[in-house]
Ligand binder design. Structure first.
Ligand SMILES: *[C@@H]1O[C@H](CO)[C@@H](O)[C@H](O)[C@H]1NC(C)=O
Ligand SMILES: *[C@@H]1O[C@H](CO)[C@@H](O)[C@H](O)[C@H]1NC(C)=O
Ligand SMILES: *[C@@H]1O[C@H](CO)[C@@H](O)[C@H](O)[C@H]1NC(C)=O
Ligand SMILES: *[C@@H]1O[C@H](CO)[C@@H](O)[C@H](O)[C@H]1NC(C)=O
Ligand SMILES: *[C@@H]1O[C@H](CO)[C@@H](O)[C@H](O)[C@H]1NC(C)=O
Length: 353
């Protein structure tokens, strides 16, 4: 009788344990941290339209956004925290007008800081910088990190043709390094320099908007330049988040490391840098297929969830989230890996800052 009772208690205990374990897993799995989502303050929308960016990068328009709508999307998609940023074309909207870029960056950062102050559980932000204005960017990053409690900064793959890794940006990256800052790398339209030195946005197939695929190429271009310029090799304290699972970067790694003659670099050095100071977000359509190319170079510990809301519509964000729920187990059978991708990696990364 006692033995029978013991057996029953043991069974009950095991069931409780099993429930506790698996309930916890399910809860955690839906408790996403979104490192790639955007806020659209009314004045930034207005300034974008006024300066000719009403159809940014060839898109039909700037989507609607409000704090309430963002919170509602988070609730529906099981996102507990969103790290917000201003998207392409950023805050440098009028070529040559650095003062305008400085003011707009500050205004966007104050707006995001207010969201974070009021809802610290729900919102964080990557601060905007008026790049390629070096002094303005130094001033703004110091102010945003010290006074506004920014979680890091957002930079674009190029700022009116000045690519990440460009020598002129060195003082900015040195300061980010000194502060162990996190740098969210977001794509924008490529920009090319004509023979006369003038810069213009490139659209080799102008019938397609740049986010369709040019964004992926610009991401590859910028990260390759960060490596070949020696920026990564010199500054190990900066943590980079690369958008869209690296875009077109993964298949270029063997190529640029084998062909590079100006710098001593191998694909193993790139892999070491990825493990040391890189994360890749899953915004877009990383599942079910795209992710596998990147997984030759990084493991689950370097991946972060991203929604790209509202530039990816709420409906799409929800259907992509369901695809992730269905397919993440195929690429990552270990539930611990899944949890790290959905929130654990982001939690540790944000806590570091
Ligand atoms: C939009 O910009 C115009 C021109 O600079 C200005 O008059 C107007 O007040 C702005 N509206 C908002 C909402 O910022
Ligand atoms: C959100 O969580 C609920 C409850 O676990 C689940 O039924 C739903 O599918 C999840 N939605 C998404 C988009 O992950
Ligand atoms: C940066 O991180 C290193 C450890 O990796 C630490 O020793 C240093 O104090 C940090 N610096 C700042 C400014 O937080
Ligand atoms: C990283 O930061 C530390 C102090 O925070 C500094 O001493 C070091 O030079 C920085 N750079 C590298 C590459 O570690
Ligand atoms: C290149 O880097 C590797 C690994 O850091 C090192 O072993 C090798 O000596 C370097 N070669 C040259 C020519 O600097």
């Amino acid at each position: 009788m006692t033995a029978w009772n013991d057996a029953l208690s043991w069974l009950a205990l095991m069931l409780t344990f099993h429930q506790a374990c698996c309930t916890a897993l399910t809860t955690d799995r839906t408790d996403k941290i979104d490192v790639h989502s955007h806020y659209v303050p009314p004045f930034w929308r207005n300034e974008s339209i006024m300066t000719g960016h009403g159809q940014p990068d060839g898109m039909p328009g700037i989507p609607d956004w409000s704090e309430e709508a963002h919170l509602e999307l988070m609730r529906q998609a099981n996102i507990s925290k969103s790290i917000l940023s201003i998207t392409s074309p950023g805050t440098y909207l009028i070529p040559g007008d650095y003062l305008h870029a400085r003011r707009l960056s500050r205004r966007c950062n104050e707006f995001a800081a207010d969201l974070k102050r009021r809802r610290p559980e729900s919102f964080g932000f990557w601060a905007s910088l008026p790049l390629p204005d070096v002094q303005g960017s130094l001033d703004e990053l110091v102010y945003a990190l010290d006074n506004l409690d920014a979680d890091g900064v957002v930079v674009f793959t190029n700022s009116h043709g000045v690519y990440l890794g460009d020598d002129i940006l060195e003082p900015v990256f040195r300061e980010l390094d000194r502060r162990n800052a996190t740098v969210f790398v977001h794509p924008t339209s490529p920009c090319i320099r004509g023979d006369d030195g003038s810069l213009r946005p490139a659209a080799p197939l102008p019938q397609y908007s740049n986010p369709l695929f040019e964004f992926f190429f610009d991401t590859a271009r910028a990260v390759i330049n960060l490596f070949l310029s020696g920026t990564i090799g010199d500054l190990h304290n900066v943590t980079y988040i690369v958008s869209h699972a690296g875009g077109a970067l993964p298949p270029t790694i063997e190529r640029f490391t084998q062909f590079a003659t100006s710098i001593n670099i191998t694909s193993d050095i790139v892999k070491e840098a990825f493990v040391r100071q890189f994360y890749f977000d899953l915004a877009g359509f990383a599942f079910p297929d795209q992710i596998y190319g990147l997984l030759r170079y990084v493991g689950a510990g370097r991946l972060l969830y991203g929604s790209d809301y509202p530039f990816t519509s709420a409906t799409r964000v929800l259907s992509i989230a369901e695809t992730i729920n269905e397919d993440i187990g195929k690429a990552f059978p270990d539930p611990l890996d899944q949890r790290n991708i959905i929130n654990g990696n982001a939690q540790r990364m944000l806590a570091r800052g």
